[in-house]
Each structure stands twice: as C-alpha cells, then as structure tokens.
Design a protein around this ligand. Structure first.
Ligand code: HEM
Length: 445
C-alpha cells in the first residue's frame, strides 16, 4: 500500500488514498459504494484521489467543478470510462471525441432522438408496451426481470428492427442472454480469469460480435440497400467510415445504454408508487383523464404523452431518489489545474453526481419520494441537475427513455393494481439490484 502511495505521490494532487497496487480501493468502492464515497469525502473533502476500476482516479462531488468538467470537454476533459467498459463495449460514442463524436452522435440522434421518437417510433413503442403488459392479471411477476425483459425487447426493437429488419426475431433470441453479462462485465475489475464478470462480459461481447459479423457479411453479399443505422454505417458514402468492429460496438452501445437505466427506473417507480398511495392516485387520475377524452379504441398520442406532467415527475423522482446513475467518467488528455489541484494527464475523473440528488438545498426532504417537486420546471433545468448528464454528452436517449417508461406506467396503472411481496433485499451500488427479484402480485384494476 505504501508503495502505491509513493508511486502516485505528486505535489498538488487532491488528498486521498490509493489502496493496494493494481486493485487500488476497488473492492471497498464496489462493496461499500456510497458509504465509501461519504467516508472519503468526510476525510478529504469534495474532491479526492483514489485508485478504482484499474486507474488512478480523482472523484469530484463538487457540483460547480462537475459542471465545468461536463461543459469543457475540449479543454482536455474527454470521456474516460473504465478499462472493463471500454474493452467490453469497444470503440463507441463514449470513447471518441471532437468531430468524430459529433458525427456518431448525429447519427444516433437521427435514429432515436426526440424527433425520431415523435415522428417514427411512438406508435410502435405503444404497441410493444401494450402487448408486453397484456395478460398479467392474477399473476405474480418478478418486476425486475420483467422490466429488464421489456427494456431488452424495446432496445432490440430499436437497434435491430431498424438495423437488422427482417432477421429480427432469431437474432433477438441469440442476443437475449448476452445483455446482462455485458452490463455486469462493464462494472467489474478488468481481470481476465474464467468466472469473473469481466471474463464473462468479454465472452458475451465475442458472441455479439460473431452474430453481428454474420449479418454484416450477409448484407455485403446482397445488393439490397438498407435504409437503417447499419446500412448508414456500412455505406461507402458515409462521412465517417467505420470498420466492422466499430459498427458492432455502436450496436452494443445502443443496447447497453437503454437497457439498464430504463428497466431500473421502471422498477423503482413501481416500488415507490406502491409505498405512496397519494402519488399513485394522482398518477392514475392523470392517465384515466387522458383515456376519458378518447373514443373507444382510440390510442393515446404524442400530445397526450407530452401532457403527462405528473408521470414525468414520478420518473424523475424515481431516477433521483434511487440514483440509477451514480455519475459519469472523464479522462484528462493533459496535465490540468482545477479547483487549485493538479489533475495529471491520463487520470480518470469520476463526476460523482449521487450526492447532488440528496442535497437538501436543491431537494428539500431529500429522502422523501415527492414527484410533485418536479412540477416546478425550474428543478429540471437547474444547473446542477445532471440526471441525464450535461453539455455535449447530454443523453441523446433521454426522450426515448422517458416515453418508454411513461407508456409502461400508462398501461400498468390503468390496467392493474399490485401488491409487493415482502422480504427481498435491494443492493443499491454500483447498480440497483434485487438479487432474488422484486415480486408483485397483480390483479385487474
Ligand atoms: C431514461 C433513462 C436514461 C438515463 C437516466 C440516461 C442517462 C445518461 C447519462 C447521465 C449520460 C451522460 C454520459 C456522459 O456524460 O458520459 C447518457 C449518455 C448517453 N445515453 Fe443515456 N440515459 C437514459 C436512457 C438512454 C436510452 C434509452 C438510450 C438509447 C437507447 C441512451 C443512450 C445514450 C448514449 C448513446 C449516450 C452517450 C452520449 C454521448 O457520449 O454523446 N440513454 N445517458
């Protein structure tokens, strides 16, 4: 440990400890999560150094500094996700910057950004959610598993129905088991020994690559022009030529990004609503109010979705209170000086936003589930609201994610009442998880 401290000793660095050689403080970070962060903050302040997930890292809980970093990528503060994440996801939107990033982001936005959701995806998303939630009356479901399955199907639908068109169903079946392995692997220590999450994640990546390569090969041998994302990426006329590995990594990124966040917010919304009858009542009123204005059999529209202000409050509050996203990561491309500290070249910065979620000045009674707080629009646009990131990397899937969860809640609360079965313990860090599942007994409303 001493050797590790000496190795990283440099004048002007933030305070903090570096832990053991190679592994640093990763096990404490993963095991004690937010408690580890709080302890380190109480010892060293809001900006401190550590060694986690394979890299020397500076953790910042200072909202103003975090904002500065998020808005100043061009000043040598590029995304810097851990080695395991980069190895498993490969070269993707989060590993490129500058003009290349702009280009890939433009492509993703055109596929699943707000305009695409409004103009192309909305009716199909509604159809998918309706059929997914159709026959749950009288059943006991594990909502964690169901929400994952549903968001996988949606992610698949978005990534592959457009990307792979007619090949969709069989590809979905082959990809399905790989989703979870990829997500778990990205958060592990990059130690490639059989049995570790990292190793399993790398294997899942190889499988996805193999499957995707076959499809790319099929497309190359046919003269059909596919007007979808894969077609766009494979076209000779593309402004940004990608090799096959990069194309496949783009696909993996889309699947990975939507899957974890959307499924966990959905699960946590139902959990919080179960414990707050007043909020549930108000949510139901909002949705039955919309249905009441419809003719029999008439579907809800984009405008109806946009009018669901309380639903949006429920989603944002669940995202905040459960802290589905703990923070985002950056890497320095040169030696920098920020807040009076040295940030050495090549170090990672963990912009830890979890604590802002519980800041009583921003969110009075921060541990209370209070969706009404979001009815004041100033909170959503607050300069320290980083729920969807900020700056040039603000989540391009924000609207899509919000639509997916809103439509799920619409179908669920207007059809069913539910009872949560007791006793399942929840792990909250580094990702929310109920190891034995969160079981709900469902009946018709
Ligand atoms: C609704 C729940 C969601 C939350 C809370 C969320 C959160 C975030 C956050 C915090 C970032 C910033 C990362 C950074 O600064 O490095 C981000 C970026 C991103 N998100 Fe989301 N996201 C959600 C849904 C989605 C969905 C549904 C998709 C697409 C299927 C998506 C795709 C992406 C992509 C591709 C980026 C990288 C953007 C870039 O680097 O320019 N997200 N998201």
């Amino acid at each position: 440990m001493k050797w590790n401290e000496i190795r990283y000793r440099k004048k002007g660095l933030p305070p903090g400890t570096m832990g053991w050689p190679l592994v640093g403080e990763t096990s404490d970070f993963l095991k004690y999560g937010s408690e580890f962060m709080k302890t380190q903050r109480s010892k060293h302040g809001e900006v401190f150094k550590t060694h986690i997930l394979g890299s020397p890292t500076i953790i910042s809980m200072d909202p103003e500094l975090n904002r500065y970093i998020l808005y100043n990528e061009s000043k040598g503060l590029v995304p810097g996700y851990p080695k395991a994440m980069v190895d498993i996801l490969g070269t993707n939107i989060s590993t490129v910057h500058g003009a290349t990033h702009k280009h890939i982001r433009g492509s993703i936005l055109s596929l699943l950004g707000p305009v695409a959701v409004k103009e192309k995806l909305f009716p199909n998303l509604l159809k998918c959610v309706k059929s997914f939630t159709a026959d749950w009356d009288g059943k006991t479901i594990d909502i964690q598993e169901k929400a994952q399955e549903w968001s996988q199907q949606m992610a698949f639908f978005l990534a592959f129905k457009q990307i792979f068109e007619s090949e969709s169903r069989s590809i979905y079946d082959s990809f399905k088991p790989e989703f979870e392995k990829i997500v778990s692997g990205t958060l592990a220590l990059p130690i490639n020994i059989p049995g570790t999450s990292y190793h399993i994640g790398l294997q899942a990546r190889s499988k996805v690559i193999k499957l995707s390569r076959e499809i790319i090969k099929q497309r190359r041998s046919s003269s059909t022009i596919h007007r979808d994302m894969l077609g766009q990426m494979m076209s000779d006329e593309t402004k940004y030529p990608l090799n096959d590995e990069e194309i496949i990594s783009q696909i993996i990124t889309i699947l990975n990004s939507g899957y974890e966040t959307v499924s966990k917010i959905t699960m946590m919304s139902l959990k919080y609503l179960h414990g707050d009858l007043k909020a549930l009542q108000e949510l139901r009123e909002e949705h039955f109010g919309i249905l009441g204005r419809k003719e029999a059999g008439e579907s809800i529209t984009w405008e109806d979705y946009k009018s669901m202000s309380f639903t949006l409050g429920v989603i944002l509050e669940s995202l905040r209170l459960a802290t589905v996203v703990n923070g985002v990561m950056r890497r320095t491309t040169s030696d920098l000086e920020l807040n009076g500290y040295k940030f050495p070249k090549g170090w990672r910065i963990y912009i830890y936003t979890r604590e802002v979620n519980y800041d009583p000045l921003l969110h009075p009674e921060p541990l209370k589930f209070n969706p009404w707080r979001w009815l004041d629009k100033k909170l959503e646009s607050h300069k320290y609201n980083f729920l969807f990131g900020a700056g040039g990397r603000l989540c391009p899937g924000k609207e899509l994610g919000l639509v997916m969860i809103s439509l799920f809640l619409h179908c669920f609360v207007t059809q069913y009442r539910w009872e949560e079965l007791e006793g399942e313990e929840m792990v909250k860090f580094p990702r929310i998880e109920v190891p034995n599942g969160l079981h709900l007994r469902i009946s018709k409303y």
